[in-house]
Design a protein around this ligand. Structure first.
Ligand code: NAD
Ligand code: DAU
Length: 351
């Protein structure tokens, strides 16, 4: 089947896994990747598929309405998978405005362009908005987020994602724009920028630097291997019900401190260090402002209605992730040079 899809943010962590999956699995599709290449975007993530004939890359900003309109006119997209975003909570606390701009204004620019380009006929068109479980706020010790959990975002990042979700739904209700939304839990895997907990810890353990754990490390996250998320996106894009929301999660809750200890153990083995060596690097640091205690996703709707389930065990996913970072030193060196050093100093006040 021939189709042309716009994927935004395809040079980032999750986006690059989604682009790779679609380019390889659907040779009849033309995949157009639009990415601004912020500090988080990296074309190295797509080196293996960049010369494929069904792949096109544009460097550009989703807030640039004339550019988006031009791309819709030129490529006649049948679908959009929208991942481009400012994605790191700590950066949103330090600098909220970029999150408002990209996550809210950028999403509306895309919605407007899709609505205009598809106005004569919405048949077989789909605007798929990729969102996060953080829009639901924080859980206590029990319960899980379902698609019906009321929105209660706590950080500028999650508030901006919540606003974008509301706007996407508003375009569905008001203009009948065909949309679908998914809200996913914490992803991990190769190519994740080392500002996020797992790659940051791997990098620091490797270099025998302090591993910062916020507060007392009791916060809980539900971890999902990135390729399982990419598969869910594929299934929802092709089989999801127009107007619906699907929660995606790993059913895999870990307290941060337990997760970091596990990583230390794996790294000791991989690096041939005596057991317990890396754990000594753990350093409890000032807590994140407004730090959500616990996220956990109930993905039973997606499992029952569309047949998805996570395939990667945490054990094998973490092993693959650690191996990837250990054998991709050049990738890591490139991304931690320059801006990262400044960010790191400001964020952690650590060496
Ligand atoms: P990321 O930060 O790794 O990548 C974001 C990408 O978007 C980068 O390539 C960046 O260059 C691009 N981008 C940023 N601003 C842009 C703009 N104005 N115009 C065009 N491109 C721009 O993020 P990620 O972790 O891959 O997350 C991707 C999406 O998935 C986001 O929408 C995020 O909210 C959502 N999400 C992430 C997770 C997670 O655990 N990482 C979980 C659930 C949902
Ligand atoms: O839940 C989905 C969300 O997961 C996505 O929407 C976000 O884009 C993604 O960044 C992620 O958000 P988190 O804030 O949960 O991820 P992060 O890796 O930043 O932090 C995970 C947990 O670890 C969180 O409780 C904060 C803590 N942490 C994080 C860092 C970077 C530390 O203890 N120390 C750290 O240095």
């Amino acid at each position: 089947m021939k189709r042309t899809l716009l994927i935004t943010g395809g040079a980032g962590f999750i986006g690059s896994h989604v682009v790779r999956r679609f380019v390889k699995k659907y040779p009849g599709y033309t995949i157009v990747n639009l990415d601004k290449l912020t500090y988080a975007g990296n074309l190295e993530n797509l080196k293996d598929i960049e010369t494929q004939s069904n792949y096109i890359f544009y460097k550009g900003d989703i807030c640039d309405a004339p550019l988006i309109t031009k791309l819709f006119e030129q490529h006649k997209f049948d679908g959009v998978i929208h991942l481009a975003a400012e994605s790191h909570v700590d950066r949103s606390i330090a600098n909220p405005m970029e999150f408002i701009q990209t996550n809210i204004v950028g999403t509306v620019a895309l919605l407007n362009a899709a609505r205009e380009a598809w106005r004569s006929n919405f048949d077989n068109k789909l605007f798929y908005h990729i969102s996060t479980d953080e829009v639901y706020g924080s859980l206590g010790q029990n319960g899980k987020f379902t698609e019906k959990t009321p929105y209660d975002p706590h950080s500028p990042y999650s508030a901006s994602k919540a606003a974008s979700d509301h706007l996407v739904r508003a375009y569905y209700h008001t203009y009948k724009l065909p949309i679908v939304i998914s809200n996913c839990s914490n992803n991990y895997g190769p190519n994740q920028f080392p500002e996020k907990l797992i790659p940051l810890a791997i990098n620091n353990i490797k270099n025998s630097r302090p591993v910062p754990v916020y507060g007392t490390g009791q916060n809980v996250r539900d971890w999902l291997y990135v390729e399982d998320h990419a598969e869910a996106i594929d299934i929802i894009f092709h089989k999801g019900k127009v107007g619906a929301t699907y929660n995606i999660g790993g059913d895999n809750e870990w307290k941060n401190i337990d997760l970091v200890r596990l990583l230390c153990k794996i790294m000791d083995k991989k690096l041939g260090r005596p057991e317990g060596t890396s754990e000594q690097l753990i350093q409890f640091v000032k807590d994140r402002a407004g730090h959500d205690l616990r996220y956990a996703i109930d993905s039973s709707k997606l499992q029952k209605e569309l047949g998805w389930r996570p395939l990667t065990t945490f054990e094998s996913g973490l092993e693959k992730t650690v191996d990837w970072y250990l054998s991709n030193q050049k990738w890591l060196d490139n991304v931690i040079s320059g801006e990262y050093q400044e960010y790191y100093k400001k964020q952690y006040h650590l060496r």
